[in-house]
Design a protein around this ligand. Structure first.
Ligand SMILES: C[S@@+](CC[C@H](N)C(=O)[O-])C[C@H]1O[C@@H](n2cnc3c(N)ncnc32)[C@H](O)[C@@H]1O
Length: 271
C-alpha cells in the first residue's frame, strides 16, 4: 500500500473521530445493488490508454470496490484511495489484489491526466470543496468522467420506520457534519466550470438494509456523527431509536427491521 505522511492529510474531525473501526464500518454499512453497479460502469469512459481506468476516492473499506470486482472489470486498472489507514487495511485484507493509495481528495499524488474515471461512493460530501474538485479535474484525462453516488435513507413514505429514523437523524444528529442531504457539492460544481453539467439518476426505494434491532443499531452507530459521540450521548440515541422501533405500528411486530434506501447517482465529464 502506498503511504503518505499523515501530516499531509487534513480531514474533517468527524472522519477522524467517527470512523475508528474499519471492521465495524464494513460489517454494518449497506451494500450497492447490481443495478447501481451496472449503471455506474455504464457511465464510465474507458477509451484513453496508459491511465488508471478507475480511481475510487473515499473507497473506505472497499464496499463499492468489491462490487466493481464482481463485474467484468478484471482487465481494468483500479486504484482505491482513502485517507484512513485502518479502512484501507480492511479493504486490502478483503481484496488483496486491488492497488491502494492513502490520500485525501484535496491532494492526490498522481500526475495530471492520469485517470480515466473517478468514482466516489458515499464519500463526496466529505470533500465537496474547491480544492478537491480542482484536484479531481487535474488528474482526469480530457473527457474523463466523475461519477458519484449515495445510498440515501428514504423519507418518502411517512408510514415507514425508515422515515422516522431518517428525520430524527437529520433533525437532531447530523448538525454541522458534512452530509449528502446538504447537497454542498452542487454549489461547488456551479462555481467551477471545468466539468459538464451534472446529470442525475435516482433508483427509488432501491435497497433494503435489513437486520435485527441490534444489527440496525450497529449500523446507525457506524455513522460518523453518532460514532463520535460520548458514550452517554450514544446511549441516549440508542434508547430513542429503540423506542421509535418498538412503538412503530409495523416495525414493532417484526424480528427483522428494514432500512430502505434510495440510490442517487450523479455524473459529469471533464471539459
Ligand atoms: C461513508 S464512507 C464511504 C466508504 C465507501 N466508499 C463505502 O461505500 O462504504 C466515506 C469515506 O470518505 C473518506 N473521506 C473522508 N474525507 C475524505 C477526503 N477529504 N478525501 C477523500 N476521502 C475522504 C473516509 O475516510 C471514508 O472512508
Amino acid at each position: 500500500m502506498e503511504k503518505l505522511n499523515n501530516d499531509a492529510i487534513i480531514l474533517h474531525a468527524n472522519v477522524v473521530e467517527g470512523f475508528k473501526s474499519g471492521d465495524s464500518y464494513n460489517s454494518h454499512r449497506p451494500d450497492y445493488t447490481e443495478e447501481t453497479t451496472n449503471f455506474v460502469l455504464n457511465k464510465l469512459n474507458l477509451e484513453t490508454e496508459r491511465a488508471y481506468d478507475i480511481l475510487e476516492l473515499g473507497a473506505g473499506t472497499g464496499i463499492f470496490t468489491r462490487k466493481l470486482l464482481e463485474y467484468d472489470t478484471k482487465d481494468l486498472r483500479i486504484l482505491a484511495a482513502d485517507p484512513l489507514e485502518n479502512f484501507l487495511e480492511k479493504l486490502k485484507l478483503l481484496s488483496p489484489d486491488v492497488e491502494t493509495l492513502q490520500c485525501s481528495a484535496e491532494s492526490i499524488p498522481l500526475p495530471d491526466c492520469s485517470v480515466k474515471n473517478i468514482i466516489c461512493a458515499q464519500s463526496l460530501h466529505w470533500f465537496s470543496n474547491k480544492k478537491a474538485i480542482r484536484e479531481m479535474h487535474r488528474v482526469l484525462v480530457p473527457r474523463g468522467r466523475l461519477v458519484f453516488l449515495w445510498n440515501v435513507r428514504d423519507k418518502t413514505r411517512p408510514s415507514d420506520i425508515t422515515c422516522d429514523i431518517a428525520k430524527y437523524i437529520e433533525d437532531s444528529l447530523i448538525k454541522d457534519s458534512p452530509n449528502q442531504s446538504k447537497k454542498a457539492w452542487a454549489g461547488v460544481f456551479e462555481d467551477f466550470h471545468g466539468f459538464s453539467s451534472v446529470e442525475d439518476h435516482v433508483f427509488l426505494q432501491h435497497l433494503k438494509h435489513s437486520g435485527t434491532i441490534d444489527f440496525i443499531m450497529s449500523y446507525l452507530k457506524s455513522l460518523s456523527y453518532i460514532s463520535k459521540l460520548e458514550q452517554s450521548e450514544q446511549e441516549n440515541v440508542e434508547r430513542t431509536i429503540r423506542e421509535m422501533i418498538s412503538n412503530h405500528p409495523e416495525a414493532k411486530n417484526r424480528d427483522i427491521v428494514d432500512i430502505v434506501f434510495n440510490t442517487e447517482i450523479h455524473w459529469c465529464e471533464k471539459q
